[in-house]
Every structure is written in structure tokens, then in C-alpha cells.
Design a binder for this molecule. Sequence first.
Ligand SMILES: [Zn+2]
Length: 192
Amino acid sequence: MTGRTHDMAAFTALTTIVVTQALPHMTLATGIVAVVANLAGGITPDIDQPTAPFWRNLPIGKYVGTTFDKFLGGHRFLSHSILGAFLFGYIFHYVLHVLTPSFPNLNMTIIWWSFMIGFGSHLIMDTLTTEGVPWLLPIPIKFGIPPIKALRIKTGGLVEKFIVFPGLLLVTVYLLYLHYDKIRLLLHSYLK
Ligand SMILES: [Zn+2]
């Protein structure tokens, strides 16, 4: 899937969690950083792809991307597995831990979960594509849904552009509409 679809999927997943779980109390800053962390988490697994949007926007991205590519074993390798989720989750947890004293207004637990929801949504979305995802690395088998490759979605193809992306957008808007009261309550508690 493209970075745009991954970001949309990450936000859809976050919205689903927000509307179905009990509302945590948080500051406005936490809410904003959590959404940014969610979108970043949604594209982070693709740092093993030198052509990923993650790298393309950086001036030296091409070189850093190629280095990371070799280090992580090529596209859809370590960062596209449960082991990788634990590894990246651990690193991000450490980074947030180091930053905590400087940002007392931020709830790092919410931000961490938001990042991981984005990360997880990425692996689920890529499972629907032709290439599949090596969920169980170091066992080098790529899993895909449906199991028949020909029926899966081609990255950047018409199905992704005209069905998957608009579908995710519609689901998100519908969820927000359906749980409007809860979202309003959440926004109100931010403004206090
Ligand atoms: Zn990916």
C-alpha cells in the first residue's frame, strides 16, 4: 500500500479505538502528538523500503533509505513482522521515556499506543497486498489474505486508489458521525 493509504488506515484504526474504548483524560497537546505519532507509526514499517514516502521527502533520504534497506534485510522484512513491532515499540518507548521529563504535559502512554496502533494497521493492510507480510520472522514465510495471491490488492493499483482509500475515509467519517457525542465530549475536555 502507498503511504497515503497507510496513513488513512492508521487514522481509521485510531478512530475505531477512540470511539469504542473508554475515553482517557488527556491534554490537547497529548491529543495532537498522539495523532502525529499514529500517522508516523502508520508509515514506519516502510523504512525498509528506500523508495518509501518516509524517505522520499528527506534530502538525503535516498542514501539513508538504501542503508536501512540493507540493514533491515530489504522491503517487507524485519519491520514487517511481530518481532519488528516489538523492536520498534521498544525503541519508541525508550525515546518517549527519555523525552518525558522535558514534556510533563504529554501522556506518553497514550502517544505510545497511538504509534503502535498505526504500526499494527500497516502490517494488517500490507497483508491484503500481493506481496504479503512475513509476520513470523525469523520464519521466512509471507502471509497474505486472501491466501490466493491473484485475489489480493496491488500496491498503488486501481483497487487501492478507488476502493480501499475512499472506503477507509468513508468508514472514518461514518464512525465520527455515529459517535459524534463522544467526539464532542473528547474535544470539550481538551479545551478545559
Ligand atoms: Zn509496508
